[in-house]
Write a protein that binds this ligand. Structure first.
Ligand SMILES: [Zn+2]
Length: 220
């Protein structure tokens, strides 16, 4: 498998750019208490990762839709890497997804699953950097398994490569990244900004609005 060049650690362009302002960001509602506390502590300084509400909803809906079959889902997170005040951060603007064919609790990521994902990148309608991947652990909490860590090492070994793990049964979410060969957790914020919507003004990929009472409160 030949992954897209951005995955192989090639130099990417990092522009200076203001991160989403604090009034346009929020903590993910599935953060655990300690992560939520860290969010509050760090909200003033900013984060190394911002995930758009659109991308977050897609990830959560994707994971939730496969809960009944205990099926894991997986996708790539697309966006950009920027710098502001000497802090490098990633923006996740959208995701591309695929279901995994395997259906057990401990599923191994087949290389075909990633090939399928890479193939779907051609349809993305904006310029992007792959800033990580996400997958679900339905009912078995958030952590990085040895397979997950191998995937991170092989394909997502840059500091801006995030691994989002979501457990739609226990309603937990966690983001990991690799630094000096060690997996660490990364605090992040959800942001909303219609201007940042890569599909703003177009009719493709309409956002799915669900009547989920748990849905994050929208400012609009
Ligand atoms: Zn996993």
């Amino acid at each position: 498998m030949k992954p897209p060049s951005v995955l192989a650690g090639e130099e990417i362009r990092i522009d200076k750019r203001l991160p989403p302002p604090s009034e346009r960001r929020t903590a993910h509602k599935w953060l655990k208490e300690d992560a939520l506390q860290r969010y509050r502590d760090e909200n003033g300084k900013g984060f190394e990762l911002y995930i758009s509400k659109i991308a977050e909803e897609k990830i959560r809906n994707h994971a939730t839709s496969c809960v009944d079959h205990k099926r894991e889902v997986m996708g790539l997170m697309l966006g950009g890497v920027y710098t502001h005040d000497e802090m490098t951060y990633s923006l996740v603007r959208d995701v591309v997804t695929t279901d995994l064919e395997a259906s057990s609790v401990h599923v191994k990521f087949q290389r075909e699953a990633f090939e399928k994902l890479f193939a779907s990148l051609d349809e993305v309608g904006f310029k992007y950097v792959i800033v990580g991947w996400y997958h679900s652990h339905p009912g078995h909490k958030c952590f990085m398994s040895s397979t997950d860590i191998d995937t991170q090492k092989n394909l997502f070994n840059q500091p801006y490569h995030n691994a989002l793990v979501v457990d739609p049964v226990n309603r937990e979410i966690e983001v990991y990244f690799m630094k000096d060969g060690v997996i660490r957790t990364r605090d992040f914020a959800i942001y909303w900004d219609d201007f940042e919507n890569p599909y703003h003004g177009t009719t493709i990929r309409k956002r799915v609005v669900r009547s989920d009472p748990d849905r994050m409160a929208s400012p609009h």
